[in-house]
Write a protein that binds this ligand. Structure first.
Ligand SMILES: Cc1ncc(COP(=O)(O)O)c(C=O)c1O
Length: 386
């Protein structure tokens, strides 16, 4: 079945965080990580059925939902999980914070690799833990873990490592060897891993996502995995995600940390989640195909036409991580926003001078945004000649 990702849907004035937070009428919004595409038709149909049914009582995740997730883990990753390992969450931001609150003790340390999705930097402090950061290294055009730096950063108070895999913003899909190396360092130092794998179904290259917990039963026993259909099927506003935790103690502590505070996902979220994982594989393949084409457009344009900007090619996610340091501007995001394109500011990811561009939009919109960025750069260059 063909899907029309070229269709432009105006999201302004719809209560959209991405499009209405900065209401510059003309600016193209490419900051927040949601897609400008409608959710899969099967998901829309399932939601219509829920609305037609019309009773919105307290929901329960169905047995079928847990089975569908269990099967998906087995089929995609050869990872055998038990339904009772699944802990439902209203969103994965909550999962990150619960991991920080439930592992170890107050004043412990949690490690994040940087640059990284901003809540990885905020969650430890919000949970009365100290954040330690280990920069990713750029090696042969790819961002990789700096294992020596990781080992040197760990102290006896380090109890958690929060891993973003695939990585937002750099788009890496880490290999088995890379993940094993990190997981073994964590095991040796008694550090629990919280592996946020929200982007795992958005892999564009011929590489496989490997859940950290699927590496071995020992590593599974030391890992909290976070997953959600929200990024891949563009349903983050429906608030439905989950953790998979095989270790009974870690799971009990995680659940204990949310007692009396969190609500479960809502009925529409559960329904969309079930339909997305069960019925939408052809849509997922189609959207990943479209994203891959957009990635090529962005990569070629940034590296060949928008000097001195540059970027590496991400393997997953719909995010381009752009190095704008050679512009030597105090506020590169503000500069491009003046020119009509709203990007995420790298300083929020612990990387000032970088920009993140979300290319999950119709290609026509992407081309206009890139033209605007080119125009801004041309103006800057002509001003510097004046
Ligand atoms: C790595 C990562 N984790 C979590 C989230 C947020 O997920 P949720 O909307 O379920 O809180 C995002 C959103 O961009 C993300 O990139």
């Amino acid at each position: 079945m063909g899907y029309d990702f070229d269709k432009i849907i105006d999201r302004r004035n719809t209560g959209s965080l991405k499009w209405d937070q900065y209401p510059d009428d003309e600016a193209i919004s490419m900051w927040l990580a949601d897609m400008d595409f409608q959710a899969p038709p099967a998901v829309l149909e399932a939601l219509r059925k829920c609305v037609d049914y019309g009773i919105f009582g307290y929901p329960l995740p169905t047995k079928e939902l847990a089975e569908v997730i269990t099967q998906a883990m087995e089929q995609k990753y050869g990872w055998a999980i038990e339904p009772e390992w699944i802990v439902w969450l209203p969103c994965l931001g909550t999962g990150l914070n619960l991991a920080c609150r439930s592992v170890g003790n107050v004043d412990d340390e949690a490690i994040s690799f940087t640059p990284v999705y901003p809540p990885f930097l905020g969650a430890p402090g919000q949970s009365k833990r100290t954040l330690l950061t280990v920069p990713l290294m750029l090696k042969d055009g790819q961002y990789v873990f700096d294992l020596e730096k990781l080992k040197k950063t760990i102290t006896p108070k380090t109890s958690l490592l929060i891993l973003c895999s695939p990585h937002n913003p750099v788009g890496r899909v880490f290999s088995r060897e890379e993940l094993l190396a990190v997981a073994e360092i964590c095991l040796e130092n008694d550090i629990v891993i919280c592996s946020d794998e929200i982007h795992c179904d958005l892999v564009m290259d011929d590489v496989k996502h490997i859940p950290a917990a699927s590496l071995s039963s020992e590593i599974a026993n030391n890992t909290i995995t976070l997953m959600s259909p929200s990024k891949t099927y563009n349903i983050p506003g429906l608030g439905c995600g989950f953790a998979i935790i095989s270790n009974e103690k870690i799971r009990r502590d995680f659940v204990e940390a949310e007692k009396g505070i969190l609500s479960t996902p809502n009925a529409l979220g559960y329904s969309a989640c079930l339909t997305a994982y069960r019925d939408c594989e052809d849509w997922r393949l189609a959207v990943v195909d479209y994203l891959r084409k957009n990635r090529e457009v962005v990569y070629d344009c940034i590296n060949n036409e928008l000097a001195p900007l540059s970027m590496q090619k991400g393997q997953a996610t719909y995010l381009a991580w752009i190095d704008a340091r050679k512009l030597e501007l105090a506020d590169p995001a503000g500069f491009f926003r003046e020119g009509g394109v709203i990007l995420s500011d790298g300083k929020d990811f612990a990387a000032p001078g970088f920009l993140r561009l979300n290319f999950a939009c119709p290609q026509g919109v992407l081309l206009v945004a890139l033209c605007r960025m080119k125009r801004s750069l041309a103006q800057l260059q002509s001003n510097s000649l004046d």
